[in-house]
Design a protein around this ligand. Structure first.
Ligand SMILES: [Zn+2]
Length: 133
Protein backbone atom coordinates (compact mmCIF):
# COMPACT_ATOMS: atom_id res chain seq x y z
CA UNK A 1 0.00 0.00 0.00
CA UNK A 2 2.82 2.38 0.91
CA UNK A 3 4.56 1.46 -2.32
CA UNK A 4 1.41 2.36 -4.26
CA UNK A 5 1.34 5.68 -2.47
CA UNK A 6 4.94 6.30 -3.47
CA UNK A 7 4.03 5.67 -7.09
CA UNK A 8 1.09 7.99 -6.76
CA UNK A 9 -1.42 5.19 -7.32
CA UNK A 10 -4.41 4.14 -5.31
CA UNK A 11 -7.12 1.52 -5.42
CA UNK A 12 -10.46 2.80 -6.56
CA UNK A 13 -13.77 1.03 -7.06
CA UNK A 14 -15.42 1.65 -10.42
CA UNK A 15 -18.73 3.50 -10.08
CA UNK A 16 -20.23 1.58 -13.00
CA UNK A 17 -19.04 -2.04 -12.88
CA UNK A 18 -17.85 -2.21 -9.26
CA UNK A 19 -14.41 -3.60 -10.19
CA UNK A 20 -11.33 -2.42 -8.28
CA UNK A 21 -8.64 -0.74 -10.33
CA UNK A 22 -5.44 1.23 -9.87
CA UNK A 23 -5.83 4.93 -10.43
CA UNK A 24 -3.48 7.88 -10.43
CA UNK A 25 -5.65 9.76 -7.97
CA UNK A 26 -8.79 9.53 -5.86
CA UNK A 27 -10.56 11.60 -8.49
CA UNK A 28 -10.78 8.63 -10.85
CA UNK A 29 -14.10 6.83 -10.54
CA UNK A 30 -14.28 4.76 -13.70
CA UNK A 31 -12.08 1.82 -14.70
CA UNK A 32 -12.27 1.81 -18.50
CA UNK A 33 -13.48 3.55 -21.65
CA UNK A 34 -16.49 1.23 -21.68
CA UNK A 35 -17.49 2.30 -18.19
CA UNK A 36 -16.88 5.95 -19.08
CA UNK A 37 -19.23 5.52 -22.05
CA UNK A 38 -21.83 3.81 -19.86
CA UNK A 39 -21.59 6.62 -17.33
CA UNK A 40 -21.92 9.30 -20.03
CA UNK A 41 -25.04 7.57 -21.34
CA UNK A 42 -26.48 7.38 -17.84
CA UNK A 43 -25.74 11.08 -17.27
CA UNK A 44 -27.51 11.95 -20.50
CA UNK A 45 -30.53 9.85 -19.52
CA UNK A 46 -30.75 11.56 -16.17
CA UNK A 47 -30.39 14.94 -17.84
CA UNK A 48 -33.21 14.16 -20.31
CA UNK A 49 -35.38 12.87 -17.50
CA UNK A 50 -34.88 16.05 -15.49
CA UNK A 51 -35.55 18.14 -18.59
CA UNK A 52 -38.85 16.31 -19.09
CA UNK A 53 -39.77 16.81 -15.48
CA UNK A 54 -38.98 20.50 -15.58
CA UNK A 55 -40.84 20.76 -18.85
CA UNK A 56 -44.31 19.96 -17.50
CA UNK A 57 -43.80 22.50 -14.76
CA UNK A 58 -42.78 25.08 -17.34
CA UNK A 59 -45.79 24.25 -19.52
CA UNK A 60 -48.03 24.79 -16.51
CA UNK A 61 -46.45 28.18 -15.81
CA UNK A 62 -46.88 29.18 -19.46
CA UNK A 63 -50.50 28.09 -19.39
CA UNK A 64 -51.10 30.14 -16.23
CA UNK A 65 -49.58 33.15 -17.94
CA UNK A 66 -51.85 32.54 -20.91
CA UNK A 67 -54.92 32.61 -18.61
CA UNK A 68 -53.66 35.75 -16.86
CA UNK A 69 -53.12 37.50 -20.20
CA UNK A 70 -56.66 36.69 -21.31
CA UNK A 71 -58.08 37.93 -18.01
CA UNK A 72 -56.04 41.14 -18.09
CA UNK A 73 -57.10 41.78 -21.66
CA UNK A 74 -60.75 41.36 -20.64
CA UNK A 75 -60.20 43.82 -17.77
CA UNK A 76 -58.80 46.39 -20.19
CA UNK A 77 -61.60 45.90 -22.71
CA UNK A 78 -64.18 48.66 -22.39
CA UNK A 79 -67.67 47.22 -21.94
CA UNK A 80 -66.51 43.68 -21.21
CA UNK A 81 -69.36 42.10 -19.21
CA UNK A 82 -68.51 42.05 -15.48
CA UNK A 83 -70.23 38.70 -14.89
CA UNK A 84 -68.22 37.14 -17.71
CA UNK A 85 -65.01 38.47 -16.18
CA UNK A 86 -66.13 37.08 -12.84
CA UNK A 87 -66.65 33.71 -14.53
CA UNK A 88 -63.13 33.85 -15.97
CA UNK A 89 -61.65 34.51 -12.53
CA UNK A 90 -63.62 31.66 -10.99
CA UNK A 91 -62.56 29.33 -13.80
CA UNK A 92 -58.94 30.39 -13.29
CA UNK A 93 -59.06 29.55 -9.59
CA UNK A 94 -60.62 26.16 -10.38
CA UNK A 95 -58.00 25.56 -13.07
CA UNK A 96 -55.09 26.34 -10.72
CA UNK A 97 -56.53 24.21 -7.93
CA UNK A 98 -57.02 21.20 -10.22
CA UNK A 99 -53.62 21.73 -11.86
CA UNK A 100 -51.82 21.71 -8.52
CA UNK A 101 -53.59 18.48 -7.58
CA UNK A 102 -52.59 16.90 -10.90
CA UNK A 103 -49.05 18.24 -10.69
CA UNK A 104 -48.70 16.63 -7.28
CA UNK A 105 -49.88 13.32 -8.75
CA UNK A 106 -47.12 13.52 -11.38
CA UNK A 107 -44.55 14.23 -8.69
CA UNK A 108 -45.79 11.23 -6.70
CA UNK A 109 -45.76 9.21 -9.94
CA UNK A 110 -49.45 8.29 -9.78
CA UNK A 111 -49.86 10.16 -13.09
CA UNK A 112 -47.49 10.62 -16.03
CA UNK A 113 -46.18 14.01 -17.19
CA UNK A 114 -47.94 13.34 -20.52
CA UNK A 115 -51.32 12.88 -18.84
CA UNK A 116 -50.76 16.18 -17.10
CA UNK A 117 -49.73 18.13 -20.21
CA UNK A 118 -52.57 16.60 -22.27
CA UNK A 119 -55.02 17.79 -19.63
CA UNK A 120 -53.29 21.17 -19.55
CA UNK A 121 -53.78 21.71 -23.29
CA UNK A 122 -57.49 20.87 -23.03
CA UNK A 123 -57.91 23.59 -20.39
CA UNK A 124 -56.90 26.32 -22.85
CA UNK A 125 -60.32 26.04 -24.49
CA UNK A 126 -62.08 27.02 -21.27
CA UNK A 127 -60.43 30.41 -21.03
CA UNK A 128 -60.53 30.95 -24.79
CA UNK A 129 -64.31 30.37 -24.82
CA UNK A 130 -64.81 32.59 -21.77
CA UNK A 131 -62.82 35.46 -23.27
CA UNK A 132 -64.90 35.72 -26.44
CA UNK A 133 -66.52 39.13 -26.50
ZN1 LIG B 1 -15.79 -0.20 -14.65
Amino acid sequence: MNRLNDWGLCFRRCKVCGKYFLAKSQRYELCSDNCRKAQALQNKREFDERARENNYDLLYKNECQNWRNKINKAKRTAGFPADQLEEMLTAFEAFKKEALKRKKAVKEKTASPKEFTDWLYQQSNIIINLSVY
